[in-house]
Design a protein around this ligand. Sequence first.
Ligand code: GLA
Length: 377
Amino acid sequence: MTRMTTVCLALALLWGCDTAGTGGVVSQRLFGEMPYGQTVDLYTLTNPGGVELQAITYGATIVSIRVPDRNGVLGDIVLGFDDLAGYLEDASYFGAVVGRYANRIARGRFSLDSETYELARNNGPNHLHGGVRGFDEVVWSAEAFATDSGAGVTFTHTSPDGDEGYPGTLAVQVTYTLTPDDALVVDYVATTDRPTPVNLSQHTYFNLTGDARRDVLDHVLTIDAERYTPVDSMLIPTGTLAAVAGTPFDFTAATPIGTRIDTENEQLRFGGGYDHNFVLARDGDGLMRAARLSEPTSGRVLEIYTTEPGLQFYSGNFLDGSTTGKNGHVYGHRFGFCLETQHFPDSPNQPEFPSTIVRPDDVYRSRTVFRFSTTPP
Ligand code: GLA
């Protein structure tokens, strides 16, 4: 019997292990049932150090990430719900994969190869996060794996031609790999049979204090961006790239999220706080650091690396205490933040922005790495 099989059998006695390798283990169990009867599964990824990630097939949603604080105490650093019903009712995209197009497309319309496409409008007159029934609301197929380099799960979904107004059949694959050195690697792959815009992202709300009992305003943020894309009152980019220097959007040096969030500034007024895309200062198209977060009381640190050109920093402005999440915790104003790696919003209508069009001969590939650590007191 191999060591891997022994580990699996030992863990199976405890909590139903399916897949194990020296880099971690994955277990699977039923999470809930959709109203029409389809089952939704929960995958639990655990690395050798005890860091744990849970994700469900509904929306390829990350439902928990448990990482140690500086004293080694595990805490859940993402917002979400205890059961499927919470996710079915939710309109805030907690933990989900968003697509086909993360963020907004103005007036739910774009032209491509001299044809105009009308998309679902679900954010005033605009299209947001893939439409009325985006990738956050479908049940994905899943396959677990465990190797020496990590434990993971690959979610797959095929979006039919015309889905939410988009052209082409789009085959999408999202893989979460939890590595032995406490990183979550998110890999996106997509192919299409007709040209179509694609912009996939992950919409996890983080609160590094653990178990989200307070707002995130004391979290100290660095964003590796010297420019951002200013927006109009409906959060559609104006098309210009503005310098962050001298504005509340300058996070090139580590600054608490709350320091300038309520200052008088038209852009902050439009967003109700931060809800803006930052233009990452990239050199080439490889993996580069986009942001670093540290939380002073727990010592938890999150660093984000990506191959994407942009990062949406959303400071949880629409959370207002009307949502009760895991363990009965009420999610108040700014109790979580999202850092969504992406192409820029409304790129299909902005010829100057990096293109989001994928053609039948292309393979869309994108990678984001969330790296967890702690600082000493
Ligand atoms: C995104 C948007 C926000 C908001 C949230 C969901 O991050 O940029 O404006 O719609 O999703 O509440």
